[in-house]
Design a protein. Structure first.
Lengths: 228, 304
């Protein structure tokens, strides 16, 4: 599903963000991406979204070499990927329903499809009774659920979560992880960058550790492996 | 697939875009008003120049349509020389009419033009009438005037040839100046317009940059992101244009009715011309300026 072949990224200031990284993530996998801040996790994710291009090497996602995607077709490529962030990134002037519907409007879904699909997805994340609430009226966990709903509403084949539990208390974080697990079991490939040792150790999924731009560990059913 | 030409437009989404545009115009009321005022001023000034040009051109055309040359004859002219000139005039291409005006008739004309109260000035001139006899030569097109001049000027008995060429040249020169000056002013004002519209849109873009970021990672196309801002610019431009057309119509109508009849040498375009023709051009131009200003303003925010 996701394939990095000898990917190196050097930024303008001659910093090696990633050096010669090769990794293969299969369809339906759940992968944790761990490593200290500045280790290269963000660059890894940005390259997946084609926000930055590799200096050397190849990235192939769902059979497409990202180097071959023209600038104007990048939006269509990004629709295959759902994104969840630590800070939720909801639109404050829109209520829960509108925030999720907005993602469908962007891809120009019909009104009928939007009306049908949004309630289903909000049901999936457990927000069936909060349609009309605005983000500032919700708890962090609820906001993250909205952002998860928005990420999956267009049925992406890959879900990238960048520190999705970073702003949440352990109990709420656990709820989000269960949701991610459900989404994964439904067939979506999940890549989650995180610093949450407990979560990684509990889930026992594949762990890819990056340090100074290199993959230093890649193990199935792994643990966090750092003592913070 | 229509991916290639996809501009993110659909009837249902258009409604959202328009609503977004109106919302943010309300939010940035002050600068939006300034932008509208600039567009209105620019188009109003452009309109004044346009009307001046159209009227000047009309004047030239009307003058050209009744061009004639007057061939003045020497007092010492012989009958044979005069006959020869008349025959020659009638053979020149483009000449439609040749009328003889005797010395007496010329004097009569001058008397008439002086009117009753100034009659005394020309009295007593009958004895030594200073006015020459002449042929008034009408031609079908202005360019034939010079032909008449060139053919006749060296013939015996010809004193002088006069035509409206100089006046036409003068009006043409004035028209040219108006054109250049108007164009320069228009370009400067257009720049100001684009700048102010651009800045208005930038405010909106800035207040919504988070939303733009979200749209991008969701997979919105550039045009999907752009449209609400383009609409905003177009609304500014359109509003400015409507105000400009209204002002121009009012101002021209007022001027038109105040002009003394004698001053209107040529038939001027009527005020309704402003509504019938200039209005559409201005409305389109206003929307175009608005759209251009906003596209320019958001280009930076769309990279990546």
């Amino acid at each position: 599903m996701i394939e990095f072949k000898n990917v190196t990224k050097i930024y303008d200031n001659k910093v090696y963000a990633l050096s010669d990284v090769s990794v293969n993530i299969n369809r339906g996998e759940f992968v944790f991406l761990v490593g200290a801040s500045g280790a290269g996790k963000s660059t890894f994710i940005k390259m997946l979204l084609k926000e930055v291009d590799p200096t050397k090497g190849k990235i192939i996602v769902a059979g497409t070499d990202l180097a071959n995607i023209k600038r104007k077709n990048v939006p269509y490529y990004r629709r295959k990927i759902g994104m969840v962030f630590q800070d939720f990134r909801l639109i404050p002037t829109m209520n829960v329903y509108e925030n999720v519907a907005f993602a469908m409007r962007v891809v120009e879904a019909s009104h009928r499809d939007i009306r049908k699909r949004v309630p289903i997805v909000l049901g999936l994340v457990g927000l069936s009774n909060k349609y009309k609430a605005f983000p500032n009226e919700l708890s962090g966990g609820e906001q993250q659920r909205v952002s998860l709903a928005r990420a999956i509403v267009n049925n992406p084949s890959i879900l990238i979560a960048d520190e999705p539990t970073g702003n949440l208390d352990p109990e709420t974080a656990q709820g989000i992880m269960e949701l991610l697990n459900d989404i994964n079991r439904a067939g979506t490939t999940i890549l989650m960058a995180t610093h949450a040792k407990d979560i990684v150790d509990n889930m026992r999924k594949r762990v890819i550790a990056i340090e100074k731009g290199e993959i230093i560990r890649d193990e199935q059913r792994g643990g966090y492996g750092y003592e913070d | 697939m229509s991916k290639e030409v996809d501009t993110g437009m659909k009837i249902s989404t258009t409604k959202h875009f328009l609503a977004d545009a109106v919302k943010s115009l309300r939010r940035n009321r002050t600068i939006s008003t300034a932008a509208v005022a600039t567009v209105a001023t620019t188009l109003f000034i452009l309109g004044i120049f346009l009307l001046a040009l159209i009227n000047a051109n009309k004047g030239v055309l009307q003058l050209q349509s009744k061009v004639e040359a007057q061939v003045f004859l020497k007092d010492s002219i012989t009958i044979d020389e005069q006959k020869e000139i008349e025959n020659k005039l009638n053979t020149i291409e483009g000449v439609t009419d040749v009328t003889y005006e005797s010395k007496a008739e010329a004097l009569e004309k001058v008397k008439e033009s002086f009117g009753e109260e100034n009659k005394g000035l020309v009295e007593g001139l009958e004895k030594s009438n200073p006015f020459p006899s002449s042929y008034i030569v009408k031609v079908s097109k202005p360019e034939f005037v010079s032909k008449v001049r060139n053919t006749i000027k060296d013939m015996a008995g010809v004193e002088e040839i006069k035509d409206a060429g100089k006046l036409i040249d003068k009006i043409t020169a004035i028209t040219k100046t108006i054109k250049i000056f108007g164009l320069a002013l228009f370009i400067v004002l257009l720049g100001v317009c684009l700048f102010l519209i651009g800045n208005t849109i930038k405010l909106t873009v800035y207040s919504r940059r988070r939303e733009i970021g979200i749209m991008k990672f969701i997979g919105a196309t550039d045009w999907f992101i752009r449209w609400p801002f383009v609409f905003e610019g177009m609304i500014i431009g359109l509003t400015g244009a409507i105000i400009a057309v209204g002002l121009l119509y009012g101002a021209y109508k007022y001027t038109f009715t105040k002009l003394p009849v004698e001053v209107i040498l040529v038939k001027l375009v009527t005020p309704s011309y402003v509504l019938a023709y200039i209005s559409w051009e201005f409305l389109l131009l206003g929307m175009f300026i608005g759209a251009l200003g906003s596209i320019w303003a958001i280009r930076k925010f769309l990279t990546v």
